[in-house]
Design a protein around this ligand. Structure first.
Ligand SMILES: [Zn+2]
Ligand SMILES: [Zn+2]
Length: 271
């Protein structure tokens, strides 16, 4: 089916510091677009939980209250689950454990936006910091996250390239990271977890999904079966963007199914 948006399971509402629309506005737009499987995955940045500018306690709690209501309200119109984008889960393990036992998420994207002790890749000046050193730290922490194993899919693998290459034009020799990327994939597979294709890169300077086709194919060749697709929209206008291209990419990489999570269990959707 051409241009059909099967799934968009990585989205942010104004229950994220950088989201613009309310959860219900996002859901209504998802219904208008005819998206079959949908998830809001507002940020839960573990290492920034007590941040003065944006404390997470309240919005995270609010999401847990309204999502079951919204899922019930839109039942029959859209298949929806209660998700979260869990950032830097290893950087405060006690807090992560408390969050995971407090909230009954259907679907958890595990993300790394900043290495331990560093600011978000988005804020760094790659004219001043050693991008290669950071890439090494990035993949090492991702591997630790995969070993820890308490999320469902790994969010936007190659996220730092969005800024290092996309914005600063610095080319990274990715070949040297191939062994650790393979190890990350193998660990995820062994632990019953998966990856996402994040289409946001298609509407940014980097111009490719995160990760790109090469890595999605590699994941498949290593035995990866669990794959989700999300636009990482932070406003209604970006909802569903690039999903059709990423679905085609998934098929070219050898996938026949995408995963949709309910109560942390994947259901496989034919593409
Ligand atoms: Zn993210
Ligand atoms: Zn996101």
């Amino acid at each position: 089916m051409e241009n059909k948006i099967i799934m968009d399971v990585h989205n942010h509402s104004d229950l994220s510091p950088d989201g613009r629309n309310s959860p219900e506005e996002m859901i209504r737009r998802a219904c208008e677009l005819g998206i079959s499987y949908y998830a809001l995955t507002d940020h839960l940045e573990i290492n920034k939980f007590y941040d003065e500018e944006y404390p997470y306690e309240e919005p995270v709690k609010r999401a847990s209250e309204i999502m079951p209501e919204l899922i019930a309200k839109y039942d029959g119109k859209i298949n929806m689950c209660y998700g979260v984008e869990l950032g830097q889960p290893l950087q405060d393990m006690a807090l992560t454990e408390r969050m995971l036992s407090s909230y009954k998420y259907d679907f958890i994207i595990g993300s790394l936006h900043m290495c331990s002790g560093w600011d978000d890749f988005y804020f760094l000046d790659y004219g001043k910091v050693d991008a290669d050193m950071l890439m090494k730290l990035y993949f090492e922490e991702l591997l630790e996250m995969a070993c820890w194993g308490k999320f469902d899919v790994l969010g936007h693998l190659t996220y730092p390239l969005r800024y290092i290459t996309g914005l600063f034009g610095i080319r990274i020799d990715m070949d040297k990271y191939l062994p650790i990327i393979k190890e990350i994939f193998s660990t995820l597979i062994k632990n019953g977890m998966g990856i996402e294709i994040n289409s946001s890169g298609l509407r940014q300077q980097i111009g490719v999904p995160l990760p790109d086709e090469y890595y999605v194919t590699l994941y498949r060749e290593l035995g990866g079966k669990i794959l989700t697709i999300g636009s990482d929209a932070h406003c209604t206008e970006d909802l569903g963007k690039g999903i059709a291209q990423c679905t085609e990419m998934a098929k070219r990489s050898g996938f026949e199914y995408l995963a949709f999570y309910k109560n942390r269990v994947p259901e496989f959707i034919k593409i």
